[in-house]
Ligand binder design. Structure first.
Ligand code: ARG
Length: 572
């Protein structure tokens, strides 16, 4: 596909006072108001080198570059060169690309030969998998999809919280107050209730804490009785998490959680010692980070046990050795900013130049309309319940509105879950937000269901036109391109054209909302085009051209929804 910014840069270059084409390309803009042009080139920066006023430069450039097949009109307005593309040239270029790459339109090979680890979700076993976890889970999965789409090799890791002193407490509590059947029926709710009970009781009887510590020490030493219970808690929890992942269509390549690193600590401690980084402090060992304006990192406790941060250091070293990553991405809440700054700094101090490739990707807090959640007080909203409820409510809406579907359950699932997921990805990840059913299930305006609906509308046009057979017969040679140069067709095509660079931008910024905003823009342009143009006309060339645009838009919406972990139903 022609890179128009690049072409423009090359055409401007001889008249731009010695600037390189690459530099010019960076300066080419797309004006917000399309009346001003499809592209614009501001001349302010050339003034110094060319010793002329920007307005004069703009005028000269505009005059010099007027005649090129890619332009319809070039004019200078103040210090800007405004460029209007030759729409036929543009449409031919875009539709040609979309028809030749078909469902692979937008995929790139930019990441070829590079491996990106994407770590996300990472819930703690035996604890609720609640609405707060949706953020890491969905943002992470979308980032994985985006990297995959850009041709990277990827490894999806679920760094489960499956280790630490709390498991001593859990086992202690289970032995005293638990029963097997309850855990089998409702693992997490039961385990959580034992855990809460442990905290209540240990306030009255502090010896429980000692007992729990002793159990954890035995667990660390591999005592079969303790390991067996721990393993069982882990299996039961994973079964429950698995149901949610299945609903969301999420899979992982590895569930190597914190426990996976328990036997890899000694070597890490030796490395830290070898580099002279460990300092004894009241029986514990720390890394002093005062030079970097951070509090010290606690590496081992008085009793010698390791901590969350020690396991993160071990995990990073393991991942580098095992996967040789190009990037190691962590989608973890912004509450853990300091934790990540600390351990990534420690990796750097250990002499690993790849510390710079470990990236914490934080996101903001989700709260409920009636306040924040509290696991201890039982104020949690289980993610599974949210998803189930979204599907049920969507089903009601489908029945009420008489939505077109062959399989109401399947559509309710695709749209209901899609609505929840899109709601997560609609805003910049770093923003805090309040979870509200009213917002999630509002299907009008800039929502996931609206984008899905726009896709279904295009699918319906293709069906009415003759379906698969017609789709595969479309070819740039049988399309009358001059019939799709009207404003709404051209605006839609511009957005389709921009899609690959939008995805690249989202990857660079680790920001799925860049994709979600773009697919909403495309959906709106689709609906304008649908409103303005009669698509299934008699004239075969006109019809083909319009169908080719419909097909391209449908493909891009489907791919865009895919990057947002959403399905694209053909009917709704
Ligand atoms: N299990 C942790 C929690 O729920 C999140 C783990 C994040 N990942 C990491 N490598 N530290 O808070």
């Amino acid at each position: 596909m022609v890179d128009y910014k690049q072409r423009i840069a090359e055409i401007i270059m001889p008249a731009a006072g010695g600037l390189a084409a690459g530099e010019i390309r960076e300066m080419v803009e797309a004006p917000a108001d399309s009346k001003l042009g499809d592209y614009a080139f501001p001349c302010f920066k050339l003034a110094k080198a060319m010793r002329k006023a920007p307005v004069v430069i703009a005028k000269e450039i505009a005059e010099k570059i007027k005649d090129d097949e890619i332009f319809a009109k070039v004019e200078s307005v103040n210090a800007y060169v405004n460029i209007f593309l030759n729409r036929e040239h543009f449409m031919k270029n875009l539709i040609g690309e979309a028809l030749s790459r078909r469902e692979n339109y937008g995929r790139s090979e930019m990441g070829k030969g590079k491996l990106a680890i994407v770590e996300y979700s990472a819930p703690n076993i035996a604890k609720p998998f609640h609405i707060g976890h949706i953020r890491s889970t969905v943002i992470g999965h979308s980032i994985y999809k985006i990297y995959d789409y850009m041709g990277y090799d990827t490894v999806r890791i679920n760094h489960l919280g499956d280790y630490g002193t709390q498991f001593g407490k859990m086992i202690c509590a289970y032995r005293r107050w638990g029963n097997r059947e309850d855990v089998e029926n409702e693992p997490i709710k039961s385990l959580l209730s034992y855990y809460i009970k442990f905290h209540e009781e240990s306030e009255k009887d502090p010896s429980l804490e000692d007992e729990a510590r002793a159990i954890f020490t035995r667990l660390e030493q591999g005592d079969p009785a303790e390991v067996e219970l721990w393993q069982w808690f882990r299996d039961e929890s994973l079964r429950e998490f698995g149901r949610v992942y299945k609903m969301l269509g999420i899979e992982f390549d590895s569930y190597a959680g914190e426990s996976f690193y328990s036997d890899k600590m000694g070597r890490i401690l030796d490395m830290l010692k070898g580099k002279g980084l460990l300092v004894a402090s009241e029986g514990a060992q720390i890394v002093d980070l005062a030079d970097y304006s951070m509090p010290p990192a606690l590496i081992t406790k008085q009793d010698g046990s390791t901590l969350y941060i020690t396991r993160d250091i071990a995990a990073a070293v393991y991942r580098k050795e095992h996967y040789d990553f190009y990037k190691n991405l962590y989608i973890v809440a912004s509450q853990q900013n300091l934790h990540f700054q600390q351990w990534i700094k420690i990796i750097e101090l250990m002499g690993f130049e790849w510390a710079k490739d470990c990236v914490h990707i934080p996101f903001g807090l989700v709260s409920l309309e009636d306040g924040t959640m509290s696991t201890r007080q039982g104020r949690v909203v289980f993610l599974e319940e949210v998803l189930t409820k979204a599907v049920e409510k969507t089903r009601e809406i489908i029945v009420e509105k008489g939505v077109n579907t062959d399989n109401i359950d399947e559509t309710a699932k695709q749209v209901g879950i899609g609505a929840v997921v899109f709601n997560e990805l609609a805003n910049s990840r770093i923003k805090d937000y309040v979870f509200s059913w009213g917002k999630v299930l509002n299907f009008d305006g800039e929502t996931g269901p609206y984008v899905q609906y726009s896709h279904a509308r295009l699918a319906s046009v293709m069906r009415n036109a003759g379906g698969q057979g017609v789709e595969s017969s479309l070819d740039i040679e049988n399309c009358g391109i001059s019939f799709i140069t009207g404003d709404s067709a051209f605006e839609l095509a511009r957005l389709i054209y921009d899609f690959p660079s939008v995805v690249a931008d989202a990857a660079e910024k680790y920001e799925p909302s860049i994709v979600s905003r773009h697919v909403v823009d495309i959906a709106q342009a689709v609906n304008r085009f649908y409103h303005d143009e009669h698509i299934l006309v008699e004239n075969q060339e006109e019809r083909n051209a319009k169908l080719a645009l419909v097909y391209s838009a449908k493909t891009v919406l489907k791919n865009g929804l895919g990057l947002l972990c959403m399905e694209a139903p053909d009917k709704m």
